[in-house]
Design a protein around this ligand. Structure first.
Ligand SMILES: [Zn+2]
Ligand SMILES: [Zn+2]
Length: 342
């Protein structure tokens, strides 16, 4: 099979390699679509590393995790999946024993690893890390199961009510995917970002306001939309110091801020502790997702509550993976997807 590799930071290649051998509890999946995530780009540039995914030729398909595909072979102990099934991953392999795993919070397991390797023609997966997709779901929608699950994990923490005003900071694919789900909740969304083409997509997807804070006064927009109170919830979907400061200044009393995006490199902020106390602010984080969020994500995509493939602006064959990554990184695209089989 052909597989993509990051040989060293910034250097991608596609090479022929043997098909992975599957064990009795594993399944071989033909990858039909694999989204390029901001975390893939950070790995590609050497800003983020993973225990299970080294650089070099040991990791065919490297960090690809937003994939969907079809089963082409199943180990002899696999009862739940058979050849021809359409599948997406539950991404996390965890210990199953720690205090987090015991209550379903596998995403906090200290031993967690990921089912990486989606930038390849085929990927090997433990069968209990697979979700079955209805055949009518397009692979271009199905490859959003993982990112959508992450949104659902974050949104669950916000305790939103109909007509709340939510500020999403960041106009990347995850900011826009959060917006898509928020609109199904009946809340009003203000989305802030720096890219004209992404802001106009946000308007088409139902944002009440899509604003570039470099050109317009975001505070005025938020105060006007909330009778001066500030946003009921703020989602930090692009993480830098400016975004965190904006979030803390524009959240309402009694409101909540979710740090949805990771920061690479990390940074520290000063917080007025009395603001948290007297304003009863909540600050939370969300990282990855629990299995239940993946199941919910699959249902939301299958019942067409949202059509996440609307975010795809660029599609590349596996052989053009270097261009795919450079496009994703340049932010000309909204979502870039690699399709090894066209
Ligand atoms: Zn991702
Ligand atoms: Zn665990």
């Amino acid at each position: 099979m052909k597989a993509g590799y990051v040989l060293s930071p910034g250097i991608l290649t596609v090479e022929e390699t043997d098909l992975p051998n599957i064990g009795p509890h594993e399944v071989l999946v033909r990858v039909r679509a694999c989204g390029v995530c901001a975390s893939d780009v950070k790995f590609f540039r050497g800003l983020k590393t993973y225990r299970e995914t080294p650089y070099g030729r040991e990791s065919p398909g490297f960090t690809g995790h937003e994939w969907a595909g079809e089963v082409v072979a199943a180990g002899e102990e696999v009862a739940d999946f058979s050849v021809g099934d359409h599948v997406a991953p539950f991404l996390i392999i965890s210990c199953g024993l720690c205090k987090f795993c015991r209550v379903g919070r596998n995403n906090l397991c200290p031993e967690k690893k990921y089912v990486h390797g989606g930038f390849a023609e085929y990927i090997k997966v433990p069968s209990h890390n697979l979700l079955r997709l209805p055949h009518e779901v397009d692979f271009e929608d199905a490859c959003f199961v993982e990112p959508l699950a992450c949104c659902l994990n974050g949104l669950e923490k916000l305790g939103l009510h109909v007509d709340d005003v939510v500020l999403v900071i960041g106009d990347g694919p995850m900011g826009l995917l959060n917006l898509m789900v928020l609109k199904t909740f009946g809340v009003k969304v203000i989305l802030a970002g720096h890219h004209r083409h992404r802001l106009s997509m946000a308007e088409k997807l139902g944002a009440e306001y899509a604003a570039n804070p470099l050109e317009t006064d975001l505070e005025t927009i938020v105060r006007k939309a909330t009778d001066g109170y500030g946003a009921d919830a703020v989602i930090i979907a692009v993480n830098n110091k400016q975004a965190a400061e904006t979030a803390l200044s524009l959240v309402s009393k009694g409101g909540i801020v979710n740090v949805f995006a990771g920061a690479h490199p990390t940074y520290e902020i000063n917080i007025d502790i009395n603001k948290i106390h007297y304003s009863e602010l909540a600050i939370t984080g969300s990282a990855d997702a629990q299995k239940k969020h993946y199941q919910q994500a699959m249902e939301i995509i299958a019942n067409k509550s949202i059509t996440p493939s609307k975010l795809i602006t660029h599609r590349y064959p596996l052989t053009e993976i270097q261009t795919a990554f450079e496009t994703a990184e340049s932010k000309q695209s909204v979502k870039t997807v690699v399709k090894p089989w066209g």
